[in-house]
Design a protein around this ligand. Structure first.
Ligand code: DPM
Length: 358
């Protein structure tokens, strides 16, 4: 039992127990996210020996370039995956929206946790307290390096100017508050809540203002695909509704061949066992938009139950109805196919070229 690549310790009776090592980026948000998953595991498996190991990724080191300009797909994940590969850690916690729709071979997302608010939020410079985007003065500068956010908001609020802003959440808040460069910045509400900065949310953006990114607001646990013990252990963390929504969203993005550097946005909802999905693509200034809505049943009938080991858009969810997952995935593919038939590819290609030339 003590053989093999894993780390062991001895319990009170001298019995060998496996230590579960969790890898994380060292930013405050990443640590908070990792701690929350570790806590849940500890609640579910009180006897578990957990160890958290912090790492620095390329995305953390390159702080002066917009994410969409770096071009590396696995900015925040590569070093962590290397550590997984070498059995230095057993699981890694990520924001799902930072994970590519196709993972490198050998890895899988073993858990997608219950999604928090997926929406984007406006954080105002203190001097603009109580304003909204709509009533900010002409030419106010809004900080975001998300092409998705900028495209949607430029169209809707043509009196505003959009500029890149990078760095982790702490850095961005500092850049906003301590200088006069930005009137407001746009951030994911989920990240702000996890950091305990909910009070800084001046405005939560509705879908008409700004649809969210694929996977936004959900945490994911990445593991070695062959490590069935760990896979089984983390699978209890899955939130079925979040999983089905995120499979549809990721399938949509994958079919569009989009990454984190294209203006693609979604909105999903499950009501009465129907999964509704709106997906959209935008030109960089938002003037060209394609948007459509489709739905599918994610009813989980008894005869459909059974263990399902297939990976869908990187996610392994053995405890959730396989046919429901397949329909969710198909919904994303179908919606993307519909938008592609209306010219989505051309819009995204131009957006990519213009962004590369910036
Ligand atoms: C990705 C994007 C951003 C992050 C692009 C997008 C925002 C980049 C920016 C793919 N990853 O959303 O259109 O604003 O310059 C990121 C955040 C979180 C995960 C921070 C944020 C926390 C929320 C979550 C960065 N990744 O979006 O404010 O768990 O979804």
């Amino acid at each position: 039992m003590e053989n093999g690549p894993y780390k062991y310790t001895r319990d009170g009776n001298g019995k060998a127990v496996r230590v579960i090592r969790i890898g994380t980026r060292k930013s405050q948000l990443a640590c908070i996210q990792t701690d929350s998953v570790a806590e849940k595991l500890k609640e579910l498996y009180p006897e578990l020996q957990l160890e958290i190991i912090g790492m620095t990724t390329i995305g953390d080191r390159i702080l002066d370039t917009a994410l969409s300009k770096i071009g590396e797909k696995s900015l925040f994940t590569k070093e962590l995956e290397n550590a997984l590969e070498k059995n230095e850690v057993d699981l890694v916690v990520h924001s799902l929206k930072d994970l590519p729709t196709t993972l490198p071979p050998g890895f899988t997302i073993g858990a997608v946790l219950k999604r928090e608010s997926p929406s984007d939020a406006v954080v105002l410079h203190p001097k603009h307290a109580n304003k909204t985007l709509e009533i900010l003065p002409e030419n106010s500068v809004i900080g975001t390096s998300s092409l998705r956010r900028a495209a949607q908001l430029k169209r809707r609020y043509s009196h505003l100017v959009f500029k890149d802003i990078r760095g982790n959440l702490n850095t961005r808040l500092k850049k906003l508050d301590e200088k006069d460069d930005y009137a407001a910045i746009i951030l994911a509400a989920a990240g702000l809540k996890r950091m305990g900065w909910e009070h800084r949310i001046a405005q939560s953006l509705a879908p008409e203002d700004c649809m969210y990114a694929v996977g936004q607001g959900a945490l994911a646990v990445e593991v070695r695909a062959r490590d069935t013990d760990i896979l089984e252990m983390v699978s209890v963390l899955h939130d079925p509704e979040t999983v089905l929504r995120c499979i549809a969203e990721r399938a949509f993005l994958k079919q569009l061949e989009g990454g984190c550097s294209v203006p693609v946005a979604v909105h999903t909802e499950i009501r009465d066992s129907q999964l509704y999905m709106t997906g959209a693509v935008f030109s960089l200034d938002g003037s060209d938009t394609l948007r459509d809505t489709m739905q599918t049943s994610v009813q989980n009938s008894a005869q459909e139950q059974g263990v399902d080991l297939i990976q869908r858009v990187g996610i392994t969810a053995t405890s959730i109805s396989g046919p429901a997952q397949t329909r969710a995935e198909q919904l994303g593919v179908d919606l993307a196919t519909l938008l592609l038939s209306k010219g989505a590819k051309e819009i995204l290609t131009v957006a990519r070229q213009l962004n590369d030339a910036r």
